[in-house]
Design a protein around this ligand. Structure first.
Ligand SMILES: [Zn+2]
Length: 427
């Protein structure tokens, strides 16, 4: 796996994490404002829209809700005003009063620049933030190349998450086998083969133009169509060799070679794609298990403590992190004895520590000093020693084993982890 793939995984993970955080915010009433600004939208339009909403919100009956909504819109206007124009992919704002405890609320603001262009412009005020357009970008952000073809037509496109994007369509000039007029069968046959060859060269050229620039992020290429043309095109190696390697096996039969054919192709390939993803995860975890079985000489580490140690030593080759792992590294300070300490905690455990006693003096006067997402921290450290990172789903048996058996974290190593020095007197 290349470093850029790891960067993408980190970006994807951070984005997902941010959405989780925003999704967890609940309002006491309809007072959380979500604003999506698509790229190309005029800032002045957005401002006049907000001014209008502001004027209307003065009619809200409940005094608290009215106050909160008006504050949110005012705050939004302050944010939006800072932009000359929306960022390249657009931007989403989430502003409102978050319910905390019995009847308190505190102001929250999130600004998200999405990894893909927003095609939504919307304003919504509700008791939760509206995240659907962003969530759609998280689940399957993988990009696949799509080609459906026969001798008469080709359509090339992309599968982005669940969205099919047609990019190019071309009809061929290959004559039909049924209309040879007065020409001899032999001569006509040659004519057809020549025209077909020219067409395949053209198809490969278009695929190169569209796919080579994004070959780093392209997970693979799905090739389909009716009949045997696609197999011939693949076997004869028309595609650029770097693209040829990315063609997913098997090739897929479709009835059409137009835009509809692209959709057919995706439908047929869904199971295969899911299988590929799972298979790669299985393979990594099985390699891990094989290394663990070798004992001290094995190129593996698992569990928080050992993986941390391996990261410090820079010996991690591939870091395997369970997708289900949601933890933070939180540093607390006690205002009585001034001691600081750091814990790795699940989100809902932070509150408990804050309310509990100081582990040093026993007073309950702890406050949070800083907090970092645990996995983001790991990613950063892994990237620093150019280790690859692989988020492993819990869908396969192997993935589940990683989550449950190894505290959700393990690593394949470049060299064995030196034996831990046992503290004196330890068994
Ligand atoms: Zn203390």
């Amino acid at each position: 796996m290349s470093a850029s793939t790891s960067d993408l995984q980190l970006a994807r993970y951070s984005f997902q994490r941010k959405l989780d955080e925003i999704a967890a915010v609940k309002g006491r009433a309809t007072e959380l404002v979500s604003l999506y600004v698509s790229p190309g939208r005029q800032v002045s339009d957005v401002m006049s829209y907000l001014r209008n909403e502001y004027a209307q919100s003065s009619n809200i009956k409940s005094r608290t809700t009215r106050k909160n909504v008006m504050w949110a819109i005012e705050s939004l206007m302050g944010r939006v005003r800072q932009y000359k124009e929306p960022p390249p992919n657009g931007v989403a704002f989430f502003v409102g009063s978050k319910a905390v405890g019995a009847d308190k609320s505190e102001p929250v603001t999130f600004i998200v620049e999405p990894p893909e262009p927003l095609n939504t412009y919307l304003y919504r005020c509700d008791s939760t933030f509206f995240l659907d357009p962003l969530l759609a970008m998280v689940h399957e952000p993988d990009v696949w190349g799509l080609i459906v073809m026969d001798r008469a037509e080709v359509t090339i496109g992309l599968l982005r998450g669940k969205r099919v994007e047609p990019l190019r369509n071309r009809q061929s000039l290959v004559p039909s086998k049924h209309g040879r007029g007065g020409q001899s069968a032999h001569r006509f046959e040659r004519l057809i083969e020549h025209a077909a060859h020219e067409f395949f060269v053209k198809v490969a050229e278009m695929a190169g133009e569209l796919f080579l620039p994004r070959k780093e992020t392209l997970k693979g290429i799905l090739l389909g169509g009716p009949g045997a043309t696609k197999e011939y095109f693949y076997k004869e190696g028309y595609l650029h060799h770097e693209l040829q390697q990315k063609v997913v096996q098997p090739l897929f039969d479709t009835g059409y070679t137009d835009e509809y054919g692209l959709r057919e192709l995706v439908e047929k390939a869904t199971l295969t794609l899911h299988g590929l993803e799972i298979t790669e995860e299985k393979r990594l975890v099985q390699r891990l298990l094989a290394e663990i079985r070798k004992g001290d000489a094995g190129l593996a580490a698992y569990g928080h403590a050992d993986v941390e140690r391996a990261l410090e030593l820079g010996s991690v080759d591939t870091l395997l992190v369970s997708e289900g792992l949601r933890r933070k590294r939180v540093t607390f300070r006690c205002s009585s004895c001034q001691k600081e300490f750091t814990r790795t905690l699940a989100d809902d455990e932070v509150e408990k520590v804050l309310e509990g006693p100081c582990p040093n003096c026993g007073q309950s006067s702890l406050s949070e000093v800083s907090s970092e997402d645990y996995i983001e921290g790991l990613f950063r450290r892994a990237a620093a020693s150019s280790a690859s990172i692989r988020l492993v789903s819990t869908e396969s048996e192997e993935g589940e084993m990683l989550a449950k058996g190894f505290q959700g974290i393990a690593a394949l190593l470049r060299y064995p982890l030196p034996a831990r020095v046992a503290p004196a007197g330890a068994a």
